[in-house]
Design a binder for this molecule. Structure first.
Ligand SMILES: Cc1cc2nc3c(=O)[nH]c(=O)nc-3n(C[C@H](O)[C@H](O)[C@H](O)COP(=O)(O)OP(=O)(O)OC[C@H]3O[C@@H](n4cnc5c(N)ncnc54)[C@H](O)[C@@H]3O)c2cc1C
Length: 422
């Protein structure tokens, strides 16, 4: 490793001085057996120490690291631990298949994204809800396969890296489908608050980008070709040229807009695979509230606008459907995500995040696991009804606590508690 290893955004430096690269699962199991604390690196796009440990491992030398096995009859795909969404959607596209939804960028690993409940927008679940089976190397070095019908699958799909090393995921796929992408400008906040649910139902996937400033929010609508335009109903107008969510950034980094139909994998992400996404010198945070509380949550956010706007590169509102995954931020509730891309100033971000968390407390917010938050442990234990159940599963699969790291102990210690106490 040359120089200290950081996450993508550069706001976290990993503690380990060496990254191990096992060439086989048995070598990996031996490494695991000797480690006091171990984590696997994904594509390092999380903004926190969630993936840090004394022993860090990259899985890209495993023979199965990049495997993509499509079963078109079963409408499933099985992938190895290092596959990114860019690689996966390209292979699926060649086979006439697609995923139900995607995040804003395709550069990220599927395993890391599923672990943190990464999401897109629309009336669809987060990306972990596509998982039909998962193969883990547990803390005891055993290979464990969780399949549909096993209650441990919804329990452990969103696992924050705590249950084991994911060697394989099987995902549900759909026949390939086209989408268009149109940016509409000139949305006003009063209209958004009065018609929150209708606006987010305007397309297959809808995002509202905003700056909490005088610049009106913009609607990014990814829609089935031929859908009625949004303009007539909500007083917005299509942007005359391609846009980047962050003013001043080059729109060449973004997927095609202006209503041109294309594969869903080239419209659902905001950013193209071959370009740098977003801004780079940034830190992200995101909280989820029930969609029914969306209008009130947006009003609460607007009250903070003068204090938040100076550090904000861009804000994004998206919807995510309810699911039954125990540690999913969308567990049991259709959700509105209030996302923020901040200029990379950790102290200012911490201050702003605390302000937003306090303002949204009446709505029992849940944080994005891969982004910055400071909600106290007690708030998380309350927000996640299956905390104790997950803790019990974790204790069973990782009896030595080898996957427990400082981030979990500080942020969500209830997950590390053992049934009956330690
Ligand atoms: C520019 C940018 C845009 C983003 N856009 C979105 C977005 O649209 N929607 C959204 O929800 N999030 C978004 N994120 C956040 C990001 O997608 C998530 O944090 C996600 O975790 C990234 O995946 P990763 O592989 O990089 O994870 P990493 O940070 O590498 O790892 C995350 C966790 O997963 C664990 N892990 C990874 N692989 C394995 C494995 N094989 N076995 C066991 N554990 C594993 C790690 O140990 C760690 O605990 C964005 C981030 C950036 C930088």
């Amino acid at each position: 490793m040359s120089g200290p290893l950081t996450n993508w955004a550069g706001n976290h430096t990993y503690a380990a001085s060496t990254v191990h690269t096992p060439h086989s699962v048995s070598e990996l199991a031996a490494l695991l057996g000797h480690a006091d604390q171990l984590r696997v690196l994904g594509t390092r796009h999380s903004f926190t120490a969630i993936g840090d440990a004394a022993t860090l491992v990259r899985l890209d030398r495993l023979p199965e690291a990049g495997q993509i096995r499509i079963d078109a009859a079963a409408m499933t795909v099985t992938i190895g631990p290092c596959v990114t969404y860019a690689q996966l959607t390209a292979a699926l596209h060649r086979a006439g298949l697609a995923l139900e939804n995607l995040a804003s960028l395709p550069h990220i690993s599927v395993c890391g994204s599923v672990a943190t409940a990464t999401h897109g927008s629309g009336a669809h679940g987060n990306l972990a809800t596509a998982v039909l089976a998962m193969t883990l190397l547990t803390g005891t070095g055993e290979r464990l396969v969780l399949t549909e019908g096993d209650p441990r699958l919804p329990a452990g799909t969103v696992h924050l890296g705590l249950l084991g090393i994911v060697l394989e995921l099987t995902l549900r796929v759909l026949p390939a489908y086209p989408l268009t992408q149109t940016v509409y400008e000139g949305l006003d906040w009063a209209t958004l608050i009065a018609h929150t649910s209708e606006i987010f139902a305007l397309g297959y996937s809808v995002s509202v980008f905003h700056h909490l400033s005088d610049r009106p929010p913009a609607l990014w609508v990814k829609a089935t070709p031929g859908s009625p335009p949004a303009a007539e109903r909500f007083g917005v107008h299509p942007a005359p040229a391609p846009r980047h969510p962050i003013p001043g950034q080059d729109a060449d980094a973004c997927t095609d807009q202006l209503g041109v139909p294309g594969p869903s994998s080239e419209r659902l992400p905001h950013f193209r695979a071959g370009h740098n996404p977003s801004h780079g010198a940034e830190i992200q945070s995101e909280l989820f509230v029930a969609i029914a509380d969306g209008p009130a949550a947006i009003r609460a956010l607007l009250e903070l606008a003068p204090r938040l706007a100076p550090g904000l590169l861009v804000g994004e509102l998206r919807t995510v459907a309810a699911d039954g995954l125990w540690l999913s931020p969308q567990y049991g509730r259709d959700s509105l995500g209030l996302h923020f891309t901040w200029a990379r100033d950790p102290d200012a971000v911490a201050h702003n995040v605390a302000l937003i968390e306090a303002a949204l407390t009446p709505f029992a917010p849940r944080p994005h696991w891969g982004k910055v938050f400071s909600l106290p442990p007690v708030a998380l234990s309350t927000a996640y009804a299956r905390t104790a159940d997950f803790g019990a599963l974790r204790a069973e699969l990782d009896p030595r606590d080898v996957f427990v790291n400082g981030w979990v102990r500080a942020r969500f210690p209830a997950l590390t508690a053992r049934p009956g106490g330690r």
